[in-house]
Design a protein around this ligand. Structure first.
Ligand code: SF4
Length: 81
């Protein structure tokens, strides 16, 4: 799944996005509520909060390597590492 704001896009591996436990961890980790748990149990990206991203990397630390990407649309699509 991918969702885009004006400055930031977030991409989450589709299999990981269906994982209720990962959805819970990500919604707890992100300080600006970019992630939430969908009623279906999987992950939801809160599109209206994307541009609030503070590049803290907590979502990367809370997820298996490579499953979540934070993309800086304002910086030539550079991926937060
Ligand atoms: S880098 Fe920080 S603010 Fe940005 S989406 Fe990840 S947890 Fe949220």
């Amino acid at each position: 799944m991918r969702s885009e704001g004006t400055f930031i896009a977030v991409e989450v591996d589709d299999a990981a996005a269906a994982d209720a436990e990962l959805a819970r961890r990500l919604s707890e980790a992100c300080p600006v509520d970019i992630f939430s748990s969908a009623s279906s149990g999987g992950l939801e990206i809160v599109q209206q909060n994307l541009d609030e991203c503070v590049l803290c990397r907590l979502c990367l630390d809370a997820s298996p390597p490579g499953t979540v990407k934070v993309i800086k649309l304002y910086d030539g699509d550079a991926v937060l590492a």
